[in-house]
Ligand binder design. Structure first.
Ligand code: ZN
Length: 156
């Protein structure tokens, strides 16, 4: 069995344990140089945090542990195909590679349907279900201008 399968088995086992502990059926494992850096389980209900998905939890722990926002060189194993939020987080964290176990349609079949968000992202802003509009104030560009002019900024 490859190491990839071992790490996916670990994610599946963590997801199963999370269900037994009253959480959602999702877990993720972040690996670097064939070592587990961090794991995360879905903690949405017990943390009262809609962003506490397994991948986000694992990424937050991994970045804290490594002392960097940049997870280049790391691979994430998610027990399920990531939702749009987690996929965004995976890209922002610059992980090298993503493996997933269950598909998003598997998740939809047990009541976790993120297809709705995937479809929302494809719609023009004025057609989305959450009313969204731009407000341009006099100072709205101030932070951007200061950022652009600041030569000491820590780029990321
Ligand atoms: Zn997610």
């Amino acid at each position: 069995m490859s190491n990839h399968e071992e790490y996916m088995k670990m994610a599946a086992k963590l997801a199963e344990e999370n269900v037994k502990n009253g959480g959602g059926p999702f877990a993720a494992v972040v690996v670097k140089d064939d070592k587990v850096i961090a794991t995360g389980c879905n903690r949405v209900t017990d943390k009262h945090d809609p962003t506490a998905h397994a991948e986000v939890e694992a990424i937050r722990k991994a970045t804290q542990k490594l002392g960097t926002h940049d997870l280049s060189g790391c691979t994430i194993y998610s027990s399920c195909e990531p939702c749009p939020m987690c996929l965004g987080a995976i890209y922002w964290a610059r992980l090298d590679r993503l493996f997933f176990g269950n598909t998003r349609s598997d998740a939809a079949s047990i009541g976790f349907d993120d297809e709705f968000i995937h479809l929302e992202l494809e719609k023009p802003i004025d057609q989305r279900s959450i009313p969204t509009q731009q407000i341009v104030t006099k100072n709205i560009k101030d932070a951007f201008e200061h950022w652009a002019q600041n030569e000491d900024k820590k780029e990321y």
